[in-house]
Design a protein. Structure first.
Length: 103
């Protein structure tokens, strides 16, 4: 899965690079994976759109550890742990959900 931008081997970028920052999100507006909203702002399509609730069954979150693509709902329900490989995700990402997913 190709993630746009300068990232490490677990999808961490220059903006978010703690041990638990290991997801990338496919942006609804352009259908491309970015590590974070700031990477999308810098290199993306320029037309930020959030995923509408009826599309939360779409695979749009990539685990940087095992490369499993989660549906949005799986990601929202996973308790900040990959359901496939048990890698920890950053729970602080929830502060930015409004930039990715409709409420």
């Amino acid at each position: 899965m190709k993630v746009i931008g300068e990232i490490d081997n677990e999808t961490r970028c220059k903006h978010y690079h703690s041990e638990k920052d290991r997801i990338a999100i496919k942006f609804y507006c352009c259908g491309k994976y970015y590590s974070c909203y700031q990477c999308h702002e810098e290199q993306g399509c320029g037309s930020l759109q959030v995923w509408p609730k009826p599309k939360f069954n779409q695979r749009a979150v990539l685990c940087g550890s095992c490369e499993t693509e989660l549906t949005i709902q799986e990601y929202l329900d996973c308790g900040s742990v990959c359901p496939t490989c048990s890698a920890a995700f950053n729970p602080g990402c929830s502060l930015h959900y409004h930039l990715y997913f409709a409420k």
